[in-house]
Design a protein around this ligand. Structure first.
Ligand code: SAM
Ligand code: SF4
Length: 338
């Protein structure tokens, strides 16, 4: 029997069991989405970033503690050099059934190149972020993205047999006129769709309140055309799902500014520098890089992880309705990992 203390499950002080780790492998990105980044970003020095070996060691320590689902994210995870090496290493946990799911969130720009490799390494489902189906608008939102390239990536994902969920940030006066079309398109392509409210994370060049669109409004509007049936489907996160009867696909609404999901929160987030954030909307964090680098055994690392569990807050403090208000959290989503 395994009686090592470092194999004990991760349970926080509100009795929530942590089974889901999101790992941001880089803060860099080939896009500069207007709600996510400023045009001029100062990225982290390379020396601060964990190596792929370190990311594997850290993730594996969490898997020892009962994490069953790993999401690789960023920044843009697929722009990190040799990223397939990390997927290759992590896939051993799928082979041993210690991990139920290895997945990623991507902007899709590099998917054409990597979709087949990802599928071969055991990735079954991916999230791809697309905020507009109009190439010109897509370029404005991403400041440099090429929609054609992302579409080619999606085709490659379909050929490789990957299930795709599209993530779309709903933006007032930007893409609110397209949400209907997105539901229809996802139905045609066989994709699920999740709509996301803008979150006040990190300074960007504009005021996010200008484009804040409550999803309650969006849902009401979509319900005029589509039959939306609520489902029990849950991921332990802030998304609530309905089924679109006409397309048979799932449609999710992520409303992180409401608190209705914190009680069932099952996740923590690791940055590419080894900082563990216990909540997307709070500053509480524990540095795991120092204990990781201090010793080749994982004892100190597990102690730090235990400390982190104690610090996981009950919920977040997001507010976005005040015009000109500072972001609730100074770090960008690209640092914590979306
Ligand atoms: N680059 C990848 C991508 O775009 O999918 C992965 C990282 S990105 C930070 C993850 C998700 O966070 C994307 O779907 C993006 O639209 C979303 N996101 C980024 N900043 C956000 C914000 N301030 N509010 C809401 N969603 C945000
Ligand atoms: Fe890059 Fe994703 Fe942020 Fe867009 S949302 S800038 S693709 S990290």
């Amino acid at each position: 029997m395994d009686i090592r203390p470092d194999a004990s499950p991760l349970i926080d002080r509100y009795s929530r069991r942590i089974t889901y780790l999101r790992v941001s492998v880089t803060d860099r990105c080939d896009f500069r989405c207007v709600y996510c980044m400023a045009e001029e970003m100062h990225f982290l020095p390379k020396a601060d970033i964990l190596t792929l070996e370190e990311l594997d060691r850290l993730s594996s320590a969490f898997i020892t503690r009962g994490v069953r689902k790993l999401r690789i994210t960023g920044g843009e995870p697929l722009v990190r050099r040799d990223i397939m090496t990390l997927f290759r290493r992590l896939s051993r946990h799928l082979d041993s059934s210690r991990l139920d799911e290895l997945t990623l969130t991507t902007n899709g720009s590099q998917l054409e190149r990597y979709a087949a490799d990802l599928a071969a390494l055991g990735v079954r489902r991916i999230n791809v972020s697309i905020d507009s189906l109009d190439p010109a608008k897509f370029r404005v939102i991403t400041r440099r993205g090429d929609l054609g390239q992302v579409m080619a990536g999606l085709k490659a994902a379909q050929r490789a047999g990957l299930a795709v969920k599209i993530n779309t940030v709903a933006l007032k006066d930007v893409n609110d006129d397209e949400l209907d079309r997105l539901v229809a398109w996802c139905g045609e392509e066989g994709f699920d769709l999740t709509l996301i409210e803008t979150m006040p994370l990190g300074e960007v060049d504009e005021d996010r309140t200008d484009h804040y669109l409550p999803l309650s409004e969006v849902r009401q509007r979509l319900a005029e055309r589509w039959t939306l049936t609520p489902t029990d489907y849950r991921t332990g996160g802030p998304a609530r799902y309905v089924t679109v009867k006409e397309t048979g696909r799932r449609l999710g609404f992520i409303t992180p500014l409401s608190h209705n999901f914190c009680e069932s929160c099952n996740r923590v987030r690791l940055t590419c520098t080894g900082t563990l954030y216990m909540c997307l909307g709070q500053e509480d964090a524990v540095d795991l890089r120092a204990p990781l680098r201090a010793s080749s055994t994982d004892a100190e690392l597990h102690q730090a992880i235990d400390r982190a569990m104690w610090l996981k807050p009950k919920g977040h403090d997001f507010v976005i309705d005040r015009q000109g208000a500072k972001p609730a959290v100074a770090r960008h989503m690209s640092v914590t990992g979306g």
